[in-house]
Design a protein around this ligand. Structure first.
Ligand code: TUI
Length: 315
């Protein structure tokens, strides 16, 4: 399987499945488990200080001999130093999020890293491919955390038609059906974040995972739209307070203040009422916590059946 898959061949991986690089919880533990299982594990740099990131990269190198990636969050105050660490450590695959990484592409390509930005629009996909991106991740608004506005269903085919590099589909994918759908839209790989939050290897606090287990289809809300950086999270005390303050005309500074440290509060302290529980709209389907290897194998093994089920409707 996947012998002719462009992403497997480009990155030298067994399965065209990326783990989304999630801030605080996309650690070397998770990334190395995904890479060892045949996918592409990705360390989420988030707001990490550069020397902490270097340690995570070194742990990943110790725990897997397979390719892995780092996701650079472009809104990080440390973005320049983080890019420097990624260059020094010669990370094989660099994905980016929450901005335009154009200025960093030449240096990364020079050392032989594959550069795969997350895009939420056709315009940015085209611009970054002109800058030398090796592939792009088309991420729909179904995703958790920082999001764009276009749905996965509408975004993947439009990006596929606009660029001549492989496209990785992301947002709302958590099982074989989702992977088959992304392939049908022209993607050559998928990226999943939420599904891997619900793995044994993910270090997210047990309260975080328990809250996701209880989530239903309409449990997520989007905060931060008025601030220009929308984020999808589970509805809780924090989001209700946020909405209340927004309705009462709170200033951007007051709203920003509410978000400071909120992700760590949920992922590490387990305060899932006053913290940001970032997760995608697919959370209603995440009803178990499994080892990473089982997650990946279940999806890959179910893929032929998902395609058969879809094509049986055409007969
Ligand atoms: O980056 C993500 N998801 C994230 S990053 C993150 S860390 C964080 N922590 C606290 C508050 C806010 C963020 C949590 N989740 N996904 C990739 C992604 N990138 N989604 C959407 C985009 C995007 C949006 C606009 C990429 C580029 C873009 O273009 C802007 C431009 O300059 O053209």
């Amino acid at each position: 399987m996947f012998e002719h898959n462009a992403i497997c061949n480009l990155l030298n991986i067994k399965y065209p499945i990326f783990q989304g690089g999630m801030a605080w919880i996309g650690t070397a533990e998770l990334a190395s488990a995904v890479s060892n299982a045949g996918g592409l594990g990705i360390i989420g740099a988030g707001h990490m200080p550069p020397e902490i990131l270097r340690k995570e990269i070194q742990k990943a190198k110790a725990w897997t001999d397979k390719p892995f990636g780092v996701n650079v969050m472009l809104m990080s105050p440390f973005v320049k130093e983080v890019m420097q660490v990624v260059l020094e450590e010669r990370v094989p695959v660099v994905t980016t999020g929450a901005g335009n990484p154009g200025e960093y592409v030449p240096a990364l390509k020079e050392i032989g890293s594959k550069v795969i930005p997350v895009v939420a629009s056709v315009a940015l996909a085209k611009r970054l491919v002109r800058c030398g991106a090796d592939a792009v991740i088309a991420e729909g608004t179904e995703s958790g955390g920082h999001i764009g506005e276009i749905t996965t269903m509408a975004l993947i085919p439009q990006v596929v038609d606009a660029v001549d590099v492989p496209v990785i589909g992301a947002g709302g994918i958590a099982d074989s059906r989702g992977m088959a759908a992304a392939f049908a839209l022209g993607a050559q790989a998928v990226q999943m974040g939420s599904r891997f939050v619900m793995s044994e290897e993910c270090i997210a606090h047990p309260n975080y995972k328990q809250m996701v287990l209880k989530a239903k289809d309409r449990s997520t809300v989007v905060t931060g739209r008025s601030l220009g950086h929308p984020a999808r999270v589970l509805r809780n005390h924090l989001t209700r307070r946020y909405q209340e303050m927004e309705e009462n005309g709170a200033s951007a500074e007051e709203l920003e203040q509410l978000g400071v440290g909120s992700l760590h509060r949920a992922t590490h302290e387990g305060d899932v009422e006053n913290g940001s529980v970032m997760i995608g709209e697919i959370s209603g389907m995440l009803n178990d916590i499994k080892p990473v290897k089982t997650i990946i194998e279940d999806i890959v093994n179910g893929l032929p059946g998902a395609f058969d089920a879809a094509s049986s409707n055409c007969r």
